[in-house]
Design a protein around this ligand. Structure first.
Ligand code: BGC
Length: 265
C-alpha cells in the first residue's frame, strides 16, 4: 500500500482506533492530520510516533513534519469546518478523510438525557455529515478525487441495549454512506464504512476492567479475542489506497465474527 504524497485527516486520533489509523496511514507514506478534542498529550504522543517512522514530507507545501495536530470538537459544525480548512491550509490539500471520532453514553432508554442524546448525535453523525461536506467541497473546488472512510460499528446493524442513541447514529452513518456513494460517484469520490466490533481502546475501559462482562463478551466472539486498533487500521489503509478504487457504498466488519454469531447450546 503506497500513500506517498497523499494527505489524510483522521478525526479523533489522539488515542484508540484513530491513533492506530494515523500510524498505519503514515507508515504507508501519507501526511497526516491528527485531531484531538481533550487529549493534547495523546495527540503529541501520536505525532511523535508518526515522526519516528522517519521519512520526509514529499510535498511542496509541507513544512518540516509529515504529521500535524489540530484541536477541534467534532460536535460543533463551526469547529468541524475550521478543522478541514486548517488541514488544507497546512498541507495544501486533503485526499483522505477518516471520520473516526465517536462517543457513546450508557443509559436505559427511559433515563436518557437530551444533552447526552445531542452529544452522541452531534459527534457521531452531524459532525461526520458536515466534515464530509467540507471535504467534498474542497475536492470539487480543486477538481480532484478522494476517499472517505467512516468508522462505524457492528452496531450499525446490531442492537445494543442501553446505547440506543449510539446505535441510531451508527445506522444513520450506514445510510449516509449508501446515499453519498451514489451522489459522489460521478466525482470519483468513494465512501465506505469500516465497522469494528469490540476493540481494545479507551471507549471500552469499563468493559476491560470487568472480568465477568469481558468473559461473556469473549464467548460471543468466534475468534476468541478482542480486536486491536491495528486490525481496523490495516483495512482503512487499504480502502484509502488506489487498490480500492472500485469500492464504494459498502460496510466492512472487523469484529472477529461477532456480528453474525449465533449458536444453539
Ligand atoms: C462499542 C463498544 C462495544 C462494541 C461491541 C462498539 O461499537 O463502542 O462499546 O463493546 O461495539 O459491542
Amino acid at each position: 500500500m503506497n500513500l506517498k504524497g497523499k494527505v489524510a485527516l483522521v478525526t479523533g486520533s489522539s488515542q484508540g482506533i484513530g491513533q492506530g489509523i494515523v500510524l498505519r496511514l503514515a507508515q504507508a507514506g501519507a501526511n497526516v492530520v491528527i485531531n484531538y478534542r481533550s487529549h493534547p498529550e495523546g495527540a503529541e504522543e501520536t505525532l511523535a510516533k508518526v515522526e519516528a517512522f522517519g521519512g520526509k514530507c514529499h510535498m511542496a507545501h509541507c513544512p518540516q513534519s509529515h504529521g500535524y495536530t489540530l484541536k477541534a470538537d467534532l460536535g460543533s459544525v463551526d469547529e468541524v469546518r475550521q478543522l478541514i480548512a486548517e488541514s488544507i491550509q497546512h498541507f495544501g490539500k486533503l485526499d483522505i478523510l477518516v471520520n473516526n471520532a465517536g462517543i457513546e453514553k450508557h443509559a436505559p432508554f427511559w433515563e436518557v438525557q437530551e444533552s447526552d442524546y445531542d452529544m452522541v448525535m452531534n459527534v457521531n453523525l452531524k459532525g461526520v455529515f458536515f466534515a464530509t461536506q467540507s471535504f467534498v467541497q474542497h475536492l470539487i473546488t480543486t477538481k480532484r478525487t478522494g476517499k472517505i472512510i467512516n468508522i462505524s460499528s457492528v452496531h450499525e446493524e446490531l442492537p445494543f441495549p442501553n446505547f440506543t442513541a449510539y446505535c441510531i447514529s451508527k445506522s444513520g452513518m450506514k445510510m449516509l454512506t449508501r446515499n453519498l456513494a451514489i451522489e459522489l460517484g460521478d466525482l470519483g469520490i468513494t465512501i465506505n464504512n469500516v465497522a469494528p466490533g469490540a476493540i481494545e481502546t479507551p471507549i471500552n475501559t469499563k468493559l476491560l476492567n470487568d472480568p465477568a462482562k469481558l468473559g461473556a463478551l469473549l464467548q460471543n466472539i468466534p475468534l476468541g479475542r478482542l480486536g486491536k486498533p491495528q486490525d481496523v487500521a490495516s483495512l482503512v489503509a487499504f480502502l484509502a489506497s488506489s487498490d480500492a478504487d472500485y469500492i464504494t457504498g459498502s460496510t466492512f466488519f472487523v469484529d472477529g465474527g461477532l456480528l453474525w454469531n449465533y449458536q444453539e447450546q
